[in-house]
Design a protein around this ligand. Structure first.
Ligand code: BDR
Length: 317
């Protein structure tokens, strides 16, 4: 079985990504660690439990992580995901926060990695604050991971939060930098531009959401706000133009779940700009090897979209 830790800021696409993981065969989710990001940490915790409830998997341990970035000012993506992070369609019967584990996210990550050294894959679809704190506390943490899959960063300096910065990296640039500098395990990055270019057709989405299941009804409800935005003329002007639905976080998750998903990639050393007038939080790719860094990450360039679609379909069954 593939063992996973999932670090989230649940968010609509985090919800999709968690549901894809829950539906995958031969996967054991050892813990879901929550971080500030798309919405407040408290909302992230509530949203994560809501997703697990719909999937009947409240047995999976959920941990409370960092409520704010290391140094940066707090950001959220409420304009896109909804103020509550999940489309502003509250569930009156949502599970209570008493279901959370007592142990904190960072301690849980370290413990799980220690007990499953070499076997656990970490999928990070939030600002990287929890991971950065974890490696500061235990520098051997990355070595215990089988792999790290990140949704974040940009490759063509086309940002979604600043002109050249992607949300998860801009929301905590210092954390992103620490993670890219210190995590020497095999690391795979689904960047913002990549995810835009691999967007799925809206015709697929319409069919995907039309299924008569509780999970499909839930997904339709929580994604209505963000999908209306994503389909708007204003949004279509970006590089997503006309291409369709971008399930960002799902790309990182799907790659972690299926080793054959990535069909094209680059291996390159990366870091993050921490200063700069416009470029703070921007991922820097050292194709010319000018930084003389030995560790390279895998930058995803293409995936098997049919496999990805099938995973999304399975998630709502
Ligand atoms: C990333 O930022 C968040 O809004 C999404 O959940 C995704 O992780 C895309 O830039």
């Amino acid at each position: 079985k593939k063992k996973l830790i999932i670090d989230v800021d649940t968010g609509v696409d985090d919800a999709q990504s968690i549901m894809v993981a829950l539906a995958a065969p031969d996967v054991e989710i050892l813990g879901i660690t929550c971080c500030h990001g798309n919405t407040s940490l408290e909302n992230v915790l509530k949203n994560t439990l809501r997703v697990l409830k719909v999937c009947n998997r409240l047995d999976i341990p959920v941990y409370k992580g960092c409520p704010k970035p290391l140094l940066a000012g707090k950001q959220n993506a409420g304009d896109f995901h909804g103020k509550d992070g999940l489309g502003d369609v509250p569930d009156p019967d949502a599970p209570g926060l008493d279901l959370l584990q007592e142990k904190r996210a960072v301690q849980a990550m370290l413990k799980i990695a220690k007990e499953n050294a070499g076997e656990v894959t970490l999928v990070a679809t939030a600002p990287l604050t929890n991971l950065a704190v974890a490696v500061q506390l235990d520098p051997s943490f990355p070595k215990k991971l089988k792999g790290l899959y990140i949704m974040g960063g940009n490759t063509e300096s086309r940002g979604n939060t600043t002109p050249c910065g992607e949300f998860n990296f801009v929301a905590d640039p210092e954390a992103a930098c620490i993670v890219l500098e210190r995590f020497t395990c095999p690391t795979y990055i689904a960047s913002w531009e990549f995810s835009c270019r691999r967007s799925l057709p809206w015709s697929f989405v319409d069919e995907w959401l039309s299924k008569d299941t509780e999970k499909a009804a839930f997904m339709k409800k929580i994604s209505s706000l963000s999908m209306t935005k994503a389909r708007s003329a204003e949004y279509q002007k970006e590089i997503t133009a006309g291409k369709g639905f971008n399930p960002c976080d799902v790309f990182a998750m799907a790659a972690a779940l299926d080793d054959s998903l990535i069909t094209d990639s680059d291996e390159v050393a990366v870091t993050v700009e921490l200063a700069g007038t416009h470029a703070r939080g921007m991922m820097v790719l050292d194709y010319m090897e000018l930084l003389k860094k030995s560790h390279k990450v895998v930058i995803m360039k293409n995936v098997d979209s049919e496999k990805l679609k099938q995973m999304l379909i399975n998630a709502l069954k």
